[in-house]
Ligand binder design. Sequence first.
Ligand code: PLP
Length: 385
Amino acid sequence: MINIQQIEEQHTSGVYAKRDLVLTHGHGALLYDQDGNEYIDCVGGQGTANLGHTHPKVSAAIAEQAATLNICPEIFYNEQRARYMERLTGLFPEMTRAFLCNSGTEANEAAIKFARAATHRTGIIAAMRGFHGRTFGSLSATWNKHYRGPFEPLVPGFSHVPYNDLAKLDAAVDESTAAVLLEVVQGEGGVNPGSTEFLQGAQQICHERGALLIIDEVQTGFGRTGKYFAFMHHGLQPDIVSLGKSIAGGIPMGAVVLNDQIGRLNPGMHGSTFGGNPIACAAALATLDVLEEEQLPERAAEMGKFLLSELEQIESPLIREVRGLGLMMGIEIKKKVAPYLAALTERGILALPAGMTVIRLLPPLVITYEQADKVLEALNEVLVE
Ligand code: PLP
């Protein structure tokens, strides 16, 4: 047998901190390694696996489309794309247009460009601890120095205010501000839920001063937090919403949905060769079918409530705070999380860090109560004993 780890180690760019596991296949909330070990997946493909792994409806849609038409640049029309754009924009009140791309960072890149073009202004205000991607525009909105430092100078015109601090945001937005770009729950930054007061206040400030509100739903979208989109918890009406990760059931895709108040954009000013390709659109259509048929946003709300209340009951001097929304959960501990993630892996649970001290759980929304109990049992063992 070939040594997969050795080959990857030899040829990888080096930008990933690798875990000592070779994964071979997965179904639902379960993943398997090459030695046949089973894991409950609370990494969830870093938030891409809301439907679980290899959902049969998504797999069938991909296979059928792959045998029909793979590529169809947006200069031509295509049925899958037409049907998807209609379905996607139908999920948002007063938003009828979308730009389709291939990842979350591309979605934010487009959102930032469109906001500048629509307002003829340059300023973008984002939040401290926010994460929006790693290409130059979205990296400029991302806060963490660790991601930004090696690539400076970044794009001019970006600034950051403390998250959930309305007074600081109020002081920062002026007539040069094109947009305020925010997550509803900061994911990479530590699973920090935004308050209704802050998010609605941000929207009002934007409206008053002619700036746009961009909500980044790349990690929180498609049922993750217990509603289709997390901004719906707070009664917001964003101008632009950026999407990615689980949008197409695990197939790479991103999208930006635009409020009707934003004028039509001009041909050629932006684009993407693979954006809106028929395979991604077919997978994304099947994803919406499954979300609806299996009532996954509702399931995430119910299961998230259960898990959060159980996590709050774990009595451990290690735990500083437990927080989250739906099935996006963070356990902040008083130590670095790496050894605790390793200990969870040994017990068959895969989890993510968010920063140095937060254990982040992003399980597929199809996780069962039995699987959730196993996750809780392992967390109890690792954090208490
Ligand atoms: N925005 C948010 C909120 C994210 O969590 C991420 C990725 O973690 C991104 C954007 C970037 O997405 P991608 O890695 O698909 O470029």
